[in-house]
Design a binder for this molecule. Structure first.
Ligand code: ADP
Length: 218
C-alpha cells in the first residue's frame, strides 16, 4: 500500500515537500488555512483541503492519526506550529516532522515530542557557506555539532593516487564512504582504488579532521 502523508502549511517549504512527495507517487493530503494556496495544490496533491490545523476536531475529522507521516510546515506562526504538533503527538501520529523557525522553537518542538525537527534555512545557510569557502566542497551535511558528511571534488593533488597512497584514515581520521564517478557510485571503495580528477568523494568524519584533509588534499 502507498504511504500516506499529510502536509500542513503550503508555503515555500511545505509546498515543495508536497510537490516532491506527489512526484514520487506518494499519497499526499495538503492542508492550509489559505484557500488560494489550497486551490494551487488541488492538482498536485491527492487531496487538498482548507482547514485550520490548530482545531482539534478538524484534525480528528481529517483522520490525521491514520497518516503514516505528517509534516508541519507552518512558517511564521510559531504558536500554531507548536499547538498543531502537540495535538498530532496527542493523537498518536507515528511520524511527525516539523519545520522550526529558530532555536527556541526547535527546543520546544523536541520537548513536546516531534519526531524530527528540521531547520531548512539554517541548514542550507551552513551548506552554502561551506560551498562558498571551498569550491571543492559540493555538499555538506551536519550530523552533529562535531561530525559531518561532505562531498568533495577530487582535484589534481589526488589524481592517480590510491586511498592507500593518501592514507586518509590514518592521517586525517576520516573515512571515504563512497566515490561517485559519472553515473556510477562505488560504495565502500577498496583501498587500492585510484582516484581521478573530477571524482566526487563522500567523506564522513569530525569537522576538524575533514577541514585538515580538505586543506591538505583538495
Ligand atoms: P514558508 O517560509 O515555508 O514559505 P509561510 O509562513 O509562507 O512558510 O507558509 C506557511 C503556510 O502555513 C501558509 O500558507 C499559512 O497559510 C499556513 N498556515 C499557517 N497557520 C496554519 C494553520 N493553523 N493551519 C493550516 N495552515 C496554516
Amino acid at each position: 500500500m502507498k504511504k500516506q502523508f499529510a502536509v500542513i502549511g503550503l508555503g515555500r517549504f511545505g509546498g515543495s515537500i508536497c510537490e516532491s512527495l506527489s512526484k514520487q507517487g506518494m499519497e499526499v493530503l495538503a492542508i492550509d488555512t489559505n484557500e488560494d494556496k489550497v486551490n494551487r495544490f488541488a492538482n498536485v496533491a491527492t487531496h487538498a483541503v482548507v482547514a485550520d490545523s490548530t482545531d482539534e476536531n478538524t484534525l480528528k475529522s481529517l483522520g490525521i492519526r491514520n497518516f503514516d507521516h505528517v509534516i508541519v510546515a507552518i512558517g511564521d506562526n510559531i504558536q500554531s506550529s507548536i499547538l498543531t504538533t502537540l495535538m498530532l503527538v496527542e493523537q498518536g501520529v507515528k511520524h511527525i516532522t516539523v519545520k522550526a523557525q529558530n532555536d527556541y522553537h526547535e527546543k520546544v518542538l523536541n520537548k513536546i515530542g516531534a519526531h524530527k525537527v528540521v531547520h531548512p534555512e539554517r541548514d542550507m545557510g551552513v551548506r552554502i557557506a561551506h560551498n562558498i569557502v571551498s569550491k571543492n566542497v559540493l555538499d555538506y551535511l551536519e550530523l552533529s555539532d562535531e561530525y559531518s558528511i561532505v562531498e568533495l571534488m577530487a582535484g589534481t593533488t589526488v589524481n592517480g593516487k590510491t586511498l592507500i597512497d593518501l592514507d586518509i584514515r590514518a592521517k586525517y581520521g576520516c573515512n571515504i564512504m563512497a566515490i561517485k564517478r559519472g553515473e556510477t557510485i562505488d560504495v565502500s571503495p577498496s583501498a587500492d582504488v585510484s582516484l581521478l580528477k573530477g571524482d566526487i568523494l563522500i567523506v564522513i568524519g569530525a569537522d576538524s579532521d575533514i577541514n585538515r584533509m580538505e586543506h591538505a588534499l583538495f
